[in-house]
Each structure stands twice: as C-alpha cells, then as structure tokens.
Design a protein around this ligand. Sequence first.
Ligand SMILES: *Cc1c(COP(=O)(O)O)cnc(C)c1O
Length: 406
Amino acid sequence: MSKGFAYPIYVTRPLLPDLNRLQAKMAEIWESKWLTNCGSQHARLEERLTGYLGVPCLSLFNNGTIALLTACQALGLSGEVITTPFTFAATPHVLAWSNIRPVFCDIDPHSLNIDPARIEPLITRRTSAIMPVHVFGHPCDVDSIRDIADKHRLKVVYDAAHACGVGLNGVGIGNFGDVTMFSFHATKLFHTVEGGALACKDGCLKENFELLKNFGIQDEDTVLLPGINGKMNEVQAAIGLLVLDELAAEQARRKRLIETYANCLRPVEGVSFYRDPIGVDYNGQYFVVRISEKEFGCSRDQVYEKLKEYNVFARKYFHPLCSDFPSYRRLPSANHANLPVAAQVAREVLSLPLFGELTTAQVEKICSILASFRRPLKAYPPASQGSCGKGAADSGPDAGKLISNL
Ligand SMILES: *Cc1c(COP(=O)(O)O)cnc(C)c1O
C-alpha cells in the first residue's frame, strides 16, 4: 500500500458558500445598518428553516448550547434529568449550569442512542425530564421515550445537534418531545458559523424563548424575566441563508460517500457501522464505525493513531464518555457497572472523514488503508498478536480482554 495521502484529510470541512454571494449579503446588511436584534436576515432564516425542518415553531439562537440552556429555563426543569453519557460535553454541562443533576442512562448497542428500556429504573421523585440525543443524527426511539415521559409526567427535550434535516416516517425530527435543540456550529452539516435553534409545538413556548434569549425584555418599560443574551445576529443569519441554498447538493454528495464507505467496509471483519431502519431520512452528518479489537486484531486507539501516519485524521466521537469527566464521574449513575454498553462503545467508535469535497476515490483509499491494519488474532502466533500493522504499538497478549471483562 502506498504511504497514505500527501495532504491531511480531516474528519469534516465546513460548507462554505461562495464569497461573492456572501459579499452581496454583507452589502445588504451594511446598507440596513441593522447588525443584530432580530433583523430581516434573522426573520428570513427563521421562516426558511421552519419550513425546511417542518416544525410548527422555531426560535433562532447564537449557539446550540445557549439554546438548550434556554429550553431548560423555559420548561422550569430542576432536580434530575435523565440523559445519555454518549454525547458531546454540552449536553450534561447545560444541565449542570441549570443546577440540575444529570442522571446517565445506558445506550442502545445499535443506534447508540439512550436505551428506553433503561430509563424507568432511573426515575425518582426529583426527575423532571428526559434529555435524549439523536446521536450522529440517527433518531432515538421517540415512541418509547414519549410513552415513558407521559406515564411519569416528565418533559422531553431532545438534543438534535447532529440531526438537522433528519426525517422520521416523513416527519421532521424536531416534532418529537416538548422541545428540540438544533446546533448550527461550523462542524455541523447546516451551519451559521456558530448558531442554534429551538423547535416547539406552540407559540406560547416560542414567545417565552424569544423573551429569554433577549434578557427577558418585553418592551421598553418591562423586563419580565431573568433572560440571557441568546440572539443570533444578522451576519450569522445571512451566512445561514447562503449555506441553506447549498445544503441539498452537499447532502447528495455525502450520501454517495456514505454508500462508498458502506460498500468498501462491509466485507472488513471487525469493522461495523449502523444503518438507519426504513423510514429514516438520514442527513449525512457523520460516518461512524466501530472497531472490534477482538475481530479486527487491533484497537480503535491503534487504528486512530495509525491513520494519522497516513494523513487521515479521524475523531474518537464520543470518547471519553461524559460520565467519565471529572465533574460527573462521582455521580452514582456514572458508574461503568451501570453503563456497560456505553463504556464498550466509547472504546470502539471512530468518526471517519465525511464532507462533500471528498471524492469517492479518496474514500476508497481511506477504506483500504483502514482494512490494511487488520490483523486477525487467530491467524498469528502469540508473539505477533495485536501487532496492528508494522511499527504500531503492541497491544499485547491480553488484546481481547477488555471486552470480555465488561
Ligand atoms: C455541537 C453539539 C452541541 C452544542 O452546540 P453548539 O452550537 O456548539 O453550542 C450540543 N450537543 C451536541 C450533541 C453537539 O454535538
């Protein structure tokens, strides 16, 4: 195998609209002298995204984290909220900043989303809500989660940071739960550089979001609530409008690359990946594989390091688990004994490069590099077990042990 790429291949690249179109947009904003506080770009983006996401109400924010924080405030969440440890740091941090204790629930081994069968035993008198994450853009089991929430009178706030544009049986992913948060960070498929939104069902809740994201100011003489500054500015909104124009083409390119990955990696023993069930319209946000050390012959960490030697920069999303962060690891729910699936998954996942500018030839090359690392343990004498390609650190004779110790 030739020695990798001559240039670095990163896990993602932002969708960048044409600079001339951006300049025309900036000229519009300069002309208006209206830079923030819900101007015309903001109004246009809100309207277009409401349609694109197919949700009744949408409120734009300066980022997804502040949006999620505002959702907690608007719904009056308190006490404990049940969430997943397999997510980005923002999810539990928002709870901590709201004086809420995150309660970590184990995940489904296939979708990697919160496992509904594990939620009920975690509910206490202090539980106010469930905060599931549509991780990597794959929809949660929304029906089971709704049933549990209804039975126990809990709110449901979805973190759909990865799921912009995902559909479930023809319904936009923002229609489930009381509130759904979207992130429009530059690393997300649709972005406004930094940005986010909250989707909800009724206009009253949206009004509350609008108040809270603007310091609680109702009018010149009334500050009704202790709000925050969560407003999306006009430059962000304008960039969002331009990115939105290019989104469908980007998604089509990404979906082709996902098929290439799937076809190339399907025959590789020890590498697995999740495909959504029928009825899910996937958005092409990520392509994530799991490396089974036992079957592949080397660990995810070894694959990650080895790929770098070939100029391929994959990412270990999500490792470490949020429940292993110093701020949360002492919580009773953070104990790995309660999170066996999440603990194993965090050791096996790897996000591979996925963005529209990649070519199918590049993806094929990434796959053959990855496949070349495979060292089936049984085919080798003990001395070379787990050698994981030339020059890699030896994983030792206990290679498969971590998994069986779970
Ligand atoms: C990106 C992300 C967020 C935070 O969104 P920001 O817009 O960056 O604040 C929250 N949750 C998850 C799962 C994310 O990936």
